[in-house]
Ligand binder design. Structure first.
Ligand SMILES: [Cu+2]
Length: 447
């Protein structure tokens, strides 16, 4: 498949919602120095292109990820993204694995897929069947699934008697790695609005040898006998950003805080951005998110292009390795460093070339640098208390986070007809002057 651009059009947008006379920029097929090209175009004309490869430890690695809005140009978003560690500590204290560096998601652990597991397109690459391939064969195996799924209502807006709506679809790219009794799905979900959702799915079976007691597990057999041990799936992804295509990058943290004051009708909340100047760790909080931006690359509204890192549900954690070297409160939800090819794993990074043991060393070693070529390390934990329904097999459990464009484009990618002029506060709405509407609203007539 190498060298061939793989393209599939999908998604179901109602006829007439997307102007079909819009000039479509021609974007080149990605040239992949390593790996295979893969692309997807939504019915709106929004388009993703990337390169994919499989490494013995990280498993699937995506690189050179570009997003192109139907109205816009192709923009580089990510240099490389991969899972950088998966720690699984058992609450009994009897087991801990660091699956990415102990076993790896590639090599023999990566499973060949069939049409039963993948209703889309299967893609193959050479994968060693023993170790790094020095002492075995590297057969071409179909390990990557590229598929689209319906995602429900994308948007709906009814104005002036006209219904503007679309059904959304999502492009999923995934591989499956079986490590021990668990089977892990490494998946990236791409949407037509430029969002990427990196995800780890866990299925397979509970460990048959990790049973504990009432304080460290849950009874999953008859009565109160077989307490399957509770444990955590602590995942850390490495995102090496490509925003600005070589221009300087920066990181900002957004916080919205209540001032304690009330306005005429509601509490006053103030939002602000603070620059994270140097490599650092950061922690989750309500109404907090981070963004990676390219300050010198502006969209058509004059705003710097950026992507927002949004955490979903996470049981925050400190890896045991980090605790041993940096203390028990050394955990983080997100960390930021400058790109360095020798900084590959969140923990158990090879130190032979003086690279640091993991993220906390990378941060310490770089604390005098200015962030300019940003890597985000995103940690998402899931504390798994087994339940009767986990046998068997376990239903898929997902953990992950969201990378959402923030001002990558000046307006929504895929503007439906009649919405082209809406960019900023409009002068009039349904024929009425907006100043009149504001006055009426303030008077309390519109609740
Ligand atoms: Cu589990």
């Amino acid at each position: 498949m190498a060298g061939l651009l793989l393209l599939s059009a999908c998604g179901a947008e109602p006829e007439g919602q997307t102007p079909d006379d819009r000039p479509k920029p021609v974007s080149p097929a990605p040239e992949c120095a390593d790996g295979e090209p893969l692309a997807h175009e939504f019915e709106s004309g929004a388009r993703w292109s990337l390169c994919w490869s499989v490494e013995p430890d990280h498993g699937m690695v995506l690189s050179d990820i570009y997003f192109e809005a139907p109205e816009g140009r192709s923009q580089r978003v990510i240099d490389t993204i991969a899972i950088a560690q998966l720690e699984v500590p058992y609450d009994s204290g009897e087991r801990l694995t660091s699956d990415i560096t102990d076993a790896g998601f590639g090599g023999t652990w990566m499973k060949t897929l069939t049409e039963q597991e993948c209703t889309g397109d299967l893609h193959s690459t050479e994968i060693p069947n023993i170790g790094d391939g020095t002492h075995g064969l590297t057969p071409d195996r179909e390990v990557l699934c590229s598929t689209t799924v319906d995602a429900g209502l994308g948007y709906r807006s009814q104005e002036n008697g006209t219904l503007t709506t679309t059904q959304a679809s999502e492009w999923n790219v995934y591989t499956v790695s079986k490590v021990g009794w668990y089977e892990y799905i490494s998946q990236y979900v791409f949407t037509a609005d430029g969002t990427i959702r990196p995800q780890l799915g866990a299925t397979g079976d509970l460990s048959p040898v990790d049973f504990a007691d009432e304080d460290h597990g849950w009874p999953i057999g008859e009565g109160e006998a077989d307490y399957a041990a509770s444990h955590s799936h602590n995942a850390i992804w490495r995102v090496d950003w490509g925003l600005g295509d070589g221009q300087a990058q920066a990181v900002e943290q957004y916080d919205a805080v209540e001032t304690g004051d009330e306005g005429r009708k509601s509490r006053i909340v103030e939002g602000s951005l603070s620059r994270i100047e140097s490599p650092a760790v950061a922690h989750k909080a309500d109404r907090r998110w981070w963004r990676v931006l390219a300050p010198e690359t502006l969209n058509a509204d004059g705003h710097p292009v950026s992507y927002e890192i949004g955490l979903e549900k996470t049981d925050s954690f400190t890896t045991l390795r980090d605790e041993h070297h940096h203390g028990d409160d050394a955990g983080y939800d997100v960390a930021f460093t400058n790109a360095d090819d020798c900084q590959r794993f969140a923990t158990y990074n090879p130190t032979s070339d003086g690279c640091g043991r993991g993220v906390l060393d990378f941060v310490e070693d770089g604390e005098d640098e200015e962030l300019h070529d940003v890597v985000s390390w995103v940690a998402v934990g899931f504390h798994h208390v087994p339940r009767d329904e986990d046998q068997s097999p376990m239903e898929m459990h997902w953990q992950g986070f969201t990378l959402q464009p923030r001002d990558l484009n000046a307006q929504r990618p895929g503007l439906p007809e009649g919405r082209e002029h809406l960019n900023g506060q409009p002068d009039e709405w349904q024929g009425e002057d907006v100043d009149d509407l504001t006055e009426r609203d303030s008077g309390g007539l519109i609740e």
